[in-house]
Design a protein around this ligand. Structure first.
Ligand code: PMP
Length: 399
């Protein structure tokens, strides 16, 4: 029962966040507790961030101990935690180095800059175009925004960076017609986390692999939302056979602290000179020390196996809802990143639907125009999955 209103209003925050926000106080396992003491089962994980759930003593201890030793050094120096984490990440694929940053946008900015630098050094001027796809989301900074071709995000901020080409997602013919040596890079998500949870087809992945190799174009996989176990695999690329040159990571990487990584191959790293890119905070000792523990946990084969197995429970639950309610459309996504298409004509607007679900004690997200996105902490139990499905069922049965 509510003892007081947990919403805060008249906020000294920019209006893009709306006029009122639910204020959260703490988390326990897969539950969030607001300032009025209401508990919510979390099917959102802070937008696919809190993979290991809340209230983790082990992560808190690592952060506390590192804070006391050394909290920040800048990129003029390094620390053991940063180097140890970089070694772990490099070992996840054919990578030579990791550029750390603080957000998904920054990870993608670095990737786009590396793609252009590589093209310029290897092939000279005139190979600077960047290819992106409709429905993509790569971030809000000017470069990342330029490859996020959704009018509502871009329109107020034009002109964006030049040399961007947008194609329909999963359209091999358009890709074959368009990609040539005038491009430096392609940036793509295997599951479009924000744009409606469409998934790359294996044949589009093959076409991307081949076209990028043919023209020596850098293929960037944005695994900010999908990476590190979210789909049951270290990288979602494995689901479809995409073989990227660069992988970007963020959301779950820092265990809730801001940390991102741009994983680069030797062929890019070998062309970089000191001072060509940088960061003040990226890869600090506290975030990387916490991250080492997070990454170690998330990439354990037994942990990933368990995520895949629990994903099937989630899937079965969502399929049972689709069978029961005719206003539910496609089930999209993969692993623990799922999307349920709803007909707003029946459910009311998506924001209202999400609010009704939250009032029943479950936090879910939206994606694209008409998708309820489900991205729980990866440590969620089968019982908690069943409980969340039950809450969805009770809300849907009143639609
Ligand atoms: N790429 C993807 C795939 C994302 O989902 C997001 C954030 N939703 C970003 C990039 C941007 O990350 P950030 O908000 O940390 O800058």
């Amino acid at each position: 029962m509510k003892t007081q209103d947990p919403f805060l209003r008249d906020l000294p925050l920019p209006r893009q966040f709306g006029s009122e926000l639910l204020a959260l106080e703490r988390g326990e396992g897969c539950y969030l507790i607001d300032v009025a003491g209401n508990r919510y089962l979390d099917f959102g994980a802070g937008i696919a961030v809190n993979a290991l759930g809340y209230g983790r003593e082990d992560l808190a201890r690592v952060a506390y101990e590192q804070m006391r030793k050394l909290a920040h050094v800048s990129n003029l120096f390094t620390t053991r935690p940063a180097v140890d984490l970089a070694r772990k990440l490099v070992a996840t694929g054919d990578f030579a180095a990791v550029h750390f940053g603080n957000s998904g946008s920054e990870a993608n900015e670095a990737a786009l800059k590396y793609a252009r630098l590589y093209a310029q050094r290897r092939r000279g001027a005139g190979h600077e175009k960047l290819l992106c796809f409709d429905g993509a989301f790569h971030g809000r900074t000017m470069g990342a925004l330029s490859v996020t071709p959704t009018p509502k995000y871009q329109a107020p901020f034009v002109p964006l960076i030049p040399g961007i080409v947008e194609l329909p997602y999963n359209d091999e013919a358009a890709l074959e017609r368009t990609l040539d040596a005038s491009f430096a890079g392609v940036i793509v998500e295997v599951v479009q986390g924000e744009g409606g949870l469409r998934t790359m087809t294996p044949s589009f992945a093959r076409a991307l692999n081949a076209a990028c190799r043919r023209h020596d174009v850098i293929l960037v996989a944005d695994e900010v939302q999908t990476g590190l176990g979210r789909t049951g695999y270290p990288y979602a690329c494995a689901l479809v056979g995409l073989v990227p040159d660069i992988v970007t990571l963020a959301k779950p990487l820092g265990g809730g602290l801001p940390l991102s990584a741009t994983l680069i191959p030797a062929k890019v790293n070998d062309l970089l000179h000191p001072g060509e890119h940088g960061t003040t905070f990226g890869g600090g000792p506290v975030t990387t020390a916490v991250s080492a523990k997070v990454v170690e946990t998330l990439l354990e084969p037994e942990f990933l196996e368990e995520v895949r197995s629990k994903s099937q429970v989630l899937d079965a639950g969502l399929e049972s809802l689709r069978a029961r309610f005719d206003f539910l459309g496609e089930l999209r996504g993969a692993g623990m990143l799922r999307g349920l298409q709803v007909s707003e004509a029946r459910t009311g607007s998506l924001p209202e639907l999400l609010a009704r679900i939250r009032e029943k004690g479950l936090v879910v997200l939206r994606s694209g125009a008409d998708i309820v996105r489900i991205a729980p902490p990866l440590v969620i139990s089968r019982e908690e999955i069943a409980q969340g499905i039950g809450i969805l069922e009770s809300v849907f049965s009143q639609c």
